[in-house]
Design a protein around this ligand. Structure first.
Ligand code: ATR
Length: 273
């Protein structure tokens, strides 16, 4: 890498960020494309001062992650229509000193799903009612899916369903929900609790497409069970890489090297095991 006075700076703003795979993914993409830029992880407690710094230093763009995706909105100059509707920003683009907010979690999930299925007219079940569920649910509704939100706690699940114009069903009643596409947006099954899965294997049907946004482990117990049942599956790395590819395209205006990005993320995950 040849860092010089023309090098552009990007980074992820979050807390914690030490586990983030975004730096290896974006630096590999920049290097592959011969783009003179570096991407760093910034552990940020005060998002307001981080944004001031970003503007002051002319940092070209940033990813925004937990816990700042909602709070950051107040400090941006403009927001893309989807990010406004979702109510959360995971990507900032600095256009000559003006900061624009986007949400590529939604685009990333839809791009990853589109490799295995169409959404229009399908019965889609989302498990969870947090920020990821909100972004993906918005994408599902926008593409004409019939959405049901399943959540452990009723109040949060009902609220999200109401906001999205979707149905709500308690998580414990998954077996009675109409489901052609199942998407887990909770952390259930994530390392170290890898044996856990959010629904019973017996309630999966072989005609379902099953997606998990958990990417560590790469193949969660839910995805293994779905494969056993003969379902098509979409792993969490696919969504992670697709949301990163959309960021890369917003920042550089060039098509992202998706295969390079996926390979480095998978290799890094495998090394960590
Ligand atoms: P994010 O913003 O990353 O989506 P979040 O806002 O913390 O994360 O949301 C996590 C979601 O996972 C919530 O819907 C949570 O359910 P509750 O609303 O009942 O808390 C769900 N979740 C987390 N752990 C869970 C578990 N062990 N079983 C079922 N649902 C779980």
């Amino acid at each position: 890498m040849n860092i010089n006075s023309y090098t552009s700076l990007y980074g992820v703003l979050g807390n914690p960020v030490s586990h983030s795979l975004s730096p290896v993914m974006h630096n590999s993409a920049f290097a592959h494309m011969g783009y003179n830029a570096v991407y760093l992880a910034f552990q940020v407690t005060d998002i307001a001062s981080a944004i001031t710094g970003l503007k002051g230093l002319g940092i070209k763009g940033a990813s925004v992650t937990i816990p700042h995706k909602v709070a950051v909105k107040a400090f941006l100059d403009e927001m893309d229509e989807n990010a406004l509707k979702i109510g959360a920003v995971n990507t900032i683009l600095n256009k000559e000193g003006r900061l624009f907010g986007y949400n590529t979690d939604c685009m990333g999930a839809m791009a990853a799903l589109s490799e295995k299925t169409t959404i229009r007219g399908k019965d889609v079940v989302i498990i969870g009612a947090g920020g990821a569920a909100r972004a993906i649910g918005f994408g599902i509704i926008s593409e004409g899916g019939n959405l049901t939100v399943l959540n452990r706690s009723t109040d949060k699940g009902e609220q999200l369903a109401k906001d999205l114009g979707a149905e709500f069903c308690p998580l414990s009643e998954f077996s009675r929900a109409k489901c052609q596409v199942l998407i887990n947006t909770t952390s259930v099954g994530m390392t170290p609790h890898v044996e856990a899965m959010p629904v019973q294997k017996a309630d999966l049907g072989k005609e379902m497409v099953v997606m998990d946004i958990v990417y560590n482990p790469l193949k969660t117990t839910l995805l293994k069970a779905a494969e056993d049942m003969g379902c098509l599956t979409v792993d969490g790395v696919s969504m992670f890489v697709c949301q990163g590819a959309a960021q890369f395209e917003l920042w550089t205006g060039k098509k992202a090297p998706v295969n390079v990005m996926r390979e480095v993320v998978i290799n890094t995950l495998l090394k960590k095991v």
